[in-house]
Design a protein around this ligand. Structure first.
Ligand code: NAP
Length: 336
């Protein structure tokens, strides 16, 4: 079977090789990988920005969907043929996160081998049955981007009629747009690209702003919301974008931080934070229980994740370069 590994850091180093078929241990299943979705995190892993000491060779890519090809002798919850997705933080089953539950070491593609292989053996509780109406490609977008958007809205808890602000048209933001609209919220979205903003309007966005050409977009958002601003802001950009996010926030609003695109440190306007009596909440993806709740909500709403491009697995380098270029709208996926 085919597996992709890198022996040295860098996209160019990610190459296919042949490997023996994995065998499931007692508590494992063998997943036949059908589709994968790419995340910014995968780029960071491949470039060594997350863990320069990553043991090599490493099989990357955190998110996958597939069918169960074999089950270990102690597995009673899954059967051959079941359609599942991977779980990114498998030890965080439910409840509050703890360092032990969220340890990077147990995350596929990060501390553990990822899914860029035709077959992968994983712990049976590290996969979850997927919504039945979704294709494998669509389902592969759920473990990180879908669940992050779901939990960001849980933490930001906007009510129907209130405004949610999302930045850019990447995977997390577009999921959040769709999920927030399904709850009856109004959604404001920014992008550097007019074409992407037009597509966001087709998905239901109420207010669209070009952050590249509209320097006063925060003021425009404030006007559009009757002076209130956004009850929940999903900070997927980070760095100095935090200043704009706080400006755009309503009094007593929730600023949910998950992105690092503009750096790992951010300025905080403390007088504005106090004046707005705002809540700032950091987050990481979500638990298995959250993922189950997301899947149930998807079965109800029948939302389809926005997939921009699908590459064959052997085009993974081109797919990663496309993600790096930032011209995508939604998710970039791979198929075997
Ligand atoms: N903490 C967590 O749990 C968690 C989970 C998932 C993702 N993340 C992080 O969240 C971020 C977004 O993830 P993603 O998967 O949605 O990424 P993505 O699909 O790569 O989307 C990134 C998009 O952000 C937009 N953007 C870039 N600079 C911007 C700016 N200055 N202002 C507004 N928008 C800007 C661009 O959209 P336009 O082209 O439309 O401008 C870009 O396409 C990444 O940093 C990722 O690592 C964190």
């Amino acid at each position: 079977m085919k597996v992709f590994r890198f022996q040295q850091l860098g996209i160019d180093q990610l190459l296919p090789t042949e490997a023996p078929m994995p065998v499931s241990q007692a508590h494992e299943v063998v997943l036949r990988v059908q589709a994968l979705s790419l995340n910014a995190l995968d780029l960071l892993v491949i470039k060594g920005a997350i863990n320069p000491e990553l043991p090599l060779p490493h099989i990357p890519i955190c998110d996958a969907a597939g069918t169960i090809a074999a089950v270990g002798s102690a597995v009673s919850t899954l059967a051959v043929g079941d359609e599942v997705t991977s779980v990114f933080i498998p030890r965080w089953r439910e409840g509050e996160p703890t360092p032990a539950k969220t340890d990077n070491y147990y995350r596929p593609g990060l501390g553990q081998p990822g899914f860029l292989a035709e077959y992968v053996a994983v712990a049976a509780d590290a996969v979850l049955r997927r919504p039945t109406y979704l294709s494998a490609v669509e389902a592969a977008t759920l473990p990180i981007a879908g669940l992050t958007a779901w939990n960001a809205l849980k933490y930001g808890h906007p009510q129907p009629g209130e405004t949610v602000l999302v930045h850019g048209t990447g995977g997390v933001s577009l999921f959040a747009l769709q999920l927030a609209k399904a709850r009856g919220c109004r959604v404001a979205i920014t992008s550097k690209d007019e074409g992407k903003l037009a597509r966001a309007r087709e998905l239901g966005a109420d207010f669209t702003f070009n952050y590249a050409t509209q320097p006063d977009w925060v003021e425009e958002l404030r006007t559009a919301t009757g002076g209130l601003g956004a009850t929940a802001v999903l900070e997927t950009v980070g760095g100095d974008n935090l200043r704009l996010s706080l400006q755009a926030l309503a009094t007593r609003g929730r600023l949910v931080i998950m992105g690092l695109q503009k750096g790992t440190e951010a300025p905080l306007d403390v007088p504005m934070l106090m004046a707005k009596q705002a809540n700032i909440i950091g987050m990481e993806v979500g638990s298995v229980a959250d993922f189950t709740a997301l899947n149930q909500a998807l079965e109800t709403t029948q939302l389809h994740p926005v997939v921009d491009q699908v590459f064959a697995a052997n085009e993974v380098q081109a797919a990663l370069r496309s993600l790096e270029a930032g011209s995508h709208f939604g998710k970039i996926c791979l198929t075997f």
